[in-house]
Design a protein. Sequence first.
Length: 310
Amino acid sequence: MAIRFDGRVAVVTGAGAGLGRAHALGLAKLGARVVVNDMGAARDGSGGSVSPAEAVVEEIRKAGGEAMADGADVSNFEQVKEMVARASMKWGSVDLMVANAGILRDKSFGKMEPDDFAKVIAVHLTGTFNCCRAVWDGMRERNYGRIVVTTSSSGLFGNFGQANYAAAKAGMVGLMNVLAEEGRKTNIRVNTISPTAATRMTEGLIGPEILALMKPEAITPAVLYLLSEDAPTRTIMGAGAGSFAVIKVVETEGLNLPQDQWTPDAIAANFAKIGDMSTARDLGGAFFQTFKYVEQAAKAAGIKLPPMGG
């Protein structure tokens, strides 16, 4: 059955342009009622106008969809709560949340001021928390919710001059891991998109020939899938230029060393085996790492353990 969102209400933050606009239009095209959130700030977070959000709402309405504009600052929890309350009052619920809003204040770490770090964390990471928290109780009560948060290869793999942005984006993966676990019992599925696209966030960073391949619309199919009825949960999807991938945080099987080898020299001597990526796997949760280490130690010591993790 084709993926549709008829009867669902979606909030897309940072939806006045770029990726957010593409996501909002995509959701509306498939039947969702959409809150188009954008405070209309400059790339560094300064200024503000609701005009970009209103323009996207007009696009949706002209195409026969339903939408409302909202200028909430995602770093302000009270404003985000008010946005969700407005949508719920008008349409009855918020079923889908796409936390996409962001800013850039790129500088090498030696030149980065604390305010530049704090502001980017506030918009990206705290803003994502605010959006998720504002819809969480309603989703639990209705036993249904789909959330997509937006990470970046800068946070997953690193990028020069983006310590603030990368720290925020990596933090979103940790947030997703916990929310996916806590949401399982009430049918709330939480996933992460790691996009690369031609937007005002990438202007001046990538050449025009490459940018032409990186349309924001190429990311939206992955976001719509992660918001769908049969979406997975706790999944990171990479997307860009029509390519799609799954990204995982994995750990090697490792090596248990006897206590007389708990030395840095023993680590150095065994590092190739410790770091053998052919044994790497997704552990699925924090305690599985603990269980793995304890089981390895018990096996080495000849100790039979009771079942763990049940």
